[in-house]
Design a protein around this ligand. Structure first.
Ligand SMILES: Nc1ncnc2c1ncn2[C@@H]1O[C@H](COP(=O)(O)OP(=O)(O)O)[C@@H](O)[C@H]1O
Ligand SMILES: [Mg+2]
Length: 341
């Protein structure tokens, strides 16, 4: 990899930028704060995230890639532009940049990201699919004729792919990931404790006390704050791991079903490889407690999380630039003028 190779993981939850030789230089939430009176962008990333759920009427904190779909390409462009400038100041040599976009987004939408990268001074831009980047980041040698199964669980989407010889053989993308877990936890707390909590509180519960299966032998409790449905007043509530099995299971069982579907469509030789190697999980959702155990029981294969699941995609995206000639579908030159689409 060259010193000026940059990998950008444009995730639904966070944007992570990896610069060769320097490692991960930026990791901030994919959030933009906009003044709705004049359309001006007030803040992006960490600063904008602090405003989520706390803005006055004329300010909106928007997640432009929510659920894996770029809903506002102008805001996405602004996020990429600002973050890239922040991560890579005054280049002497223009960088090569690879961008990883969620599988669910369309060509027009990823063009917004490409335009922003070019506007920020890149000399070449590539687009890479998430599972390919995830596998590279985890150190798998995906260029050989051998099957690998990757499950990336982000905020908006979970992407599943069987990879061999640098390309995707089978894949699927579902909108059941971190955000869906948070929403299911919000519903559960509302039903069981008559307490309305925000997404941020639900996410804290998920990270701190949620677990996928009692077989993991984990039990903990946490105190959260919300608004009582009965009195309308703010109130505290203790929530325990056992309260959350149901909403968590509701989501992770859909993940198991989706992976099962991909395995059913996988050619037998590659399925054999996967039986030997097992499944690799990446993305923040891979950190969900007991998920490896739950999925390996359901799918009857080994399941493990990558060492650094959250940064894995950004790392692999950066790495892909030096392997361009050995990557197939799922990695393409998108440089305006010379790119092939
Ligand atoms: N320790 C954890 N346990 C469970 N979920 C987690 C944990 N850490 C992060 N997450 C979840 O991972 C998701 C973000 O993953 P990430 O790979 O950064 O997403 P994206 O690729 O969509 O930007 C969020 O839903 C977040 O709540
Ligand atoms: Mg991601």
């Amino acid at each position: 990899m060259a010193q000026n190779d940059i990998g950008i993981d444009l995730g639904t939850t966070s944007v992570i930028i990896h610069v060769e030789g320097r490692g991960v230089v930026l990791s901030e939430p994919t959030v933009v704060a906009v003044d709705t009176d004049n359309g001006r962008v007030l803040a992006v990333g960490d600063d904008a995230y602090k405003m989520v759920g706390r803005t006055p009427a004329h300010i909106m904190a928007v997640r432009p890639l929510k659920d894996g779909v770029i809903s506002d390409h102008l805001l996405t462009k602004e996020i990429v532009r600002r973050f890239l400038i922040k991560a890579y100041q005054s280049p002497i040599v223009k960088p090569r940049v690879a961008v990883c976009v969620p599988a669910a987004i369309s060509g027009i939408e990823s063009d917004a990201a490409v335009e922003a990268v070019v506007a920020a001074g890149a000399r070449q831009v590539y687009l890479i699919d998430e599972p390919i980047a995830a596998a590279l980041g985890a150190g798998l040698d995906i260029t050989r004729p051998q099957g690998h199964l990757v499950l990336d669980i982000g905020g908006g989407t979970s992407d599943i792919a069987v990879i061999s010889m640098g390309g995707k053989v089978q894949s699927s993308s579902i909108k059941v990931a971190g955000n869906a877990l948070d929403a299911a936890i919000v519903r559960r707390v509302r039903e069981k404790y008559h307490l309305v909590i925000g997404e941020k509180s639900a996410e804290v519960l998920k990270r701190e006390i949620a677990c996928c299966t009692p077989k993991a032998g984990f039990s903990a409790s946490a105190v959260i704050k919300g608004r009582s449905l009965d009195t309308g007043l703010p109130r505290r509530q203790t929530v325990v791991t056992e309260d959350l099995y149901e909403p968590v299971e509701e989501c992770v069982s859909q993940l198991a079903t989706a992976v099962h579907g991909v395995l059913e469509r996988t050619p037998p030789e590659l399925a054999g490889d996967i039986l030997t190697e097992g499944m690799l999980m990446t993305g923040g959702g891979a950190l969900l407690r007991g998920l490896d155990l739950y999925l390996s029981e359901r799918l009857k294969i080994g399941v493990r999380a990558a060492d650094d699941p959250i940064n894995c995609v950004a790392l692999g995206t950066g790495k892909s630039l030096s392997m361009a000639d050995r990557l197939e579908s799922g990695f393409r030159d998108a440089t305006p003028g010379i790119g092939r689409r």
